[in-house]
Write a protein that binds this ligand. Structure first.
Ligand SMILES: [Zn+2]
Length: 452
C-alpha cells in the first residue's frame, strides 16, 4: 500500500482507506481573483500525479477541489476596478481551467464553489453556536479555539504558544476571546456582497467552505486532505477544528507540498516575483514543467531556473525521440521495472526515483534496438510507457484529444490534397486554424496540435 508523510502525525504511514479499493481526496482549490502562478501549477501537478498513480494502481479515486469565488481579495479587486465581484470570479476561474488544461491536469470529479454552499455554511455555523463552540460579536461569529480538543495539531503549537505568537495586544479593542479564534461569519459592510443569516447579512469566513464541501461530497472520515504548506496553519487547522467541534470525523490523512522558488527566492505574491503560469506555458512546453515537478520531492522546495527549465526541455526532446523511434514496438512491459516503479511511488511518492526508472527504461530500449534485440526493446519500451502514463507525461507521438469536428476538417483537407484541390485544402487549413488548432504534415500523416 502507498505510504505518505502525514502532516498530522509527522510520520510516513500507509494511506489506510475508509472504503476498500476507493480513495477520496479533497484539495483546497484557488481563490479566483488573479491569474494562476507557477506555485499553483506545482500544486495542481503534485496532486494530479498522485491521483493518476492511484488510478494506475487500479483504485477508484474521487477527487474534489473547490473554487473560492467569494473572498476579501475578490471584493478588493472589484472595488479597485469598479467591477462586479462575480465577474472577476467567473473570468479568473475560466483562466484557471485554461492554465490547468495546458498542464494536462485531469479536471476534478467535483468543483464546488463557495457561493453554492452558503446555506449549508450558515447551518454549520448555527450548529457550532448551538454547541457552545462559537460566539457572536458585533462583526460576526467566531470559533472559540479553547473549546476545541487538540487545537494546534497541525500547527504543532499549544494554545499558549499560539496566544503568545498572536500577541495579546491584537485582542485590545476587539471582541475575540483568544488571538487564534477565527471568523466563521463576517457581517458585510454596505455595498459588499452578502447573504442572510441569523447574525446579520454577511458572508462566510474562508475556513468554513472546505469543511462543508468535503463532508458533503466525500463524507465523514474521508481519506486525504491536501494543499500547500502555507495552508497547514491556520486554514487546515481551522477546518479541522470545526469538524472536531461538531464531533464529525474529518480527514484521515493530511498531505502538504512545498513552495516553488524562483532562482532561490520563495514564490509568493508579497515578494512580487510571481510568474504567470499562462506566460510560462505560452513560452515553453508545459510537459517540461511537469517533469520539473516530478524531479523534486513534493515536500521539498522546488527551484525554477532557466537552467533547470532548459534541462527539462531537453529531456522532453529525448523522451519524444524515444517514443517516435519505438512507435512500432509492441510487447509486455518488463514487470521488474514496474515493480521498482511501484516501490518508488509507494515510498512517499519518490517521483525523482520514478523518473530515473523511466529514463533508464528509455536507455535500455534504445540500447536493445541498437543491437537489434527487439524483444528486450519492446519490454523496456512497454515499461517506459506505463511509467510515463502513470505520471501523466504525454510522450511524442501521442496526440492531444482532437474534437471530432476538427478531425473531420483534417480528413476533408487530406482528401482535397489527394485530389490536388489546393485552394480547398488551404481554406480548410484556415478553418482548422481559426478553431484553435495547427495542422502539420508529417510522414505519418497530419499532426494536429492545439494552439495556445
Ligand atoms: Zn480549504
Amino acid at each position: 500500500m502507498i505510504r505518505l508523510y502525514d502532516s498530522a502525525t509527522k510520520e510516513v504511514v500507509p494511506l489506510e482507506q475508509r472504503d476498500d479499493g476507493k480513495v477520496s481526496i479533497y484539495v483546497c482549490g484557488p481563490t479566483v481573483y488573479g491569474p494562476p502562478h507557477i506555485g499553483h501549477g506545482r500544486s495542481v501537478l503534485v496532486y494530479d500525479i498522485l491521483r493518476r498513480y492511484l488510478m494506475w494502481l487500479g483504485l477508484d479515486v474521487t477527487f474534489v477541489s473547490n473554487i473560492t469565488d467569494i473572498d476579501d481579495k475578490i471584493i478588493n479587486r472589484a472595488n479597485r476596478e469598479e467591477r462586479q465581484w462575480s465577474d472577476i470570479a467567473t473570468k479568473c476561474e475560466s483562466v484557471w481551467w485554461q492554465a490547468m488544461d495546458r498542464l494536462d491536469a485531469l479536471r476534478p470529479d467535483k468543483t464546488p464553489r463557495a457561493t453554492e454552499y452558503v446555506d449549508q455554511m450558515v447551518q454549520l455555523i448555527a450548529d457550532l453556536v448551538d454547541a457552545g463552540k462559537a460566539y457572536e460579536t458585533t462583526d460576526g461569529v467566531y470559533l472559540s479555539v479553547e473549546e476545541i480538543d487538540g487545537y494546534g495539531l497541525l500547527a504543532q503549537q499549544s494554545l499558549e504558544d499560539l496566544r503568545a505568537g498572536g500577541g495579546e495586544r491584537e485582542l485590545v479593542g476587539v471582541e475575540k476571546r483568544h488571538t487564534a479564534d477565527f471568523a466563521l461569519w463576517k457581517v458585510s459592510k454596505p455595498d459588499e456582497p452578502s447573504w442572510p443569516s441569523p447574525w446579520g447579512d454577511g458572508r462566510p469566513g474562508w475556513h468554513t467552505e472546505c469543511v462543508v464541501m468535503s463532508l458533503d461530497l466525500i463524507g465523514e472520515g474521508f481519506d486525504l486532505h491536501t494543499g500547500g504548506l502555507d495552508l497547514m496553519f491556520p486554514h487546515h487547522e481551522n477546518e479541522r477544528a470545526q469538524a472536531v467541534a461538531l464531533g464529525k470525523p474529518f480527514a484521515r490523512h493530511w498531505m502538504h507540498h512545498g513552495f516553488v522558488e524562483l532562482e532561490g527566492e520563495k514564490m509568493s505574491k508579497s515578494l512580487g516575483n510571481v510568474h504567470n503560469l499562462l506566460d510560462l506555458t505560452d513560452e515553453y512546453d508545459p510537459r517540461a514543467y511537469r517533469l520539473l515537478v516530478l524531479q523534486s520531492h513534493y515536500r521539498s522546495p522546488m527551484e525554477l531556473t532557466d537552467e533547470s527549465l532548459g534541462h527539462a526541455l531537453a529531456a522532453m526532446d529525448r523522451l519524444d525521440a524515444f517514443a517516435r523511434r519505438t512507435a512500432e514496438l509492441d510487447g509486455e512491459a518488463d514487470p521488474e521495472v514496474l515493480e521498482q516503479f511501484r516501490q518508488a511511488m509507494d515510498n512517499d511518492l519518490d517521483t525523482a526515483k520514478a523518473l530515473d526508472l523511466l529514463f533508464r527504461a528509455v536507455r535500455d530500449a534504445n540500447t536493445a534496438l541498437d543491437s537489434d534485440d527487439r524483444d528486450a526493446a519492446a519490454a523496456a519500451t512497454g515499461a517506459a510507457h506505463q511509467i510515463a502514463g502513470a505520471l501523466g507525461l504525454r510522450l511524442g507521438g501521442e496526440e492531444a484529444d482532437v474534437p471530432d469536428e476538427i478531425m473531420a476538417l483534417a480528413r476533408e483537407r487530406g482528401q482535397a490534397r489527394t485530389d490536388k484541390d489546393f485552394a480547398l485544402a488551404d481554406s480548410l487549413r484556415d478553418q482548422i486554424t481559426a478553431a484553435g488548432w495547427s495542422i502539420e504534415d508529417s510522414s505519418d500523416g497530419p499532426v494536429l496540435t492545439p494552439v495556445k
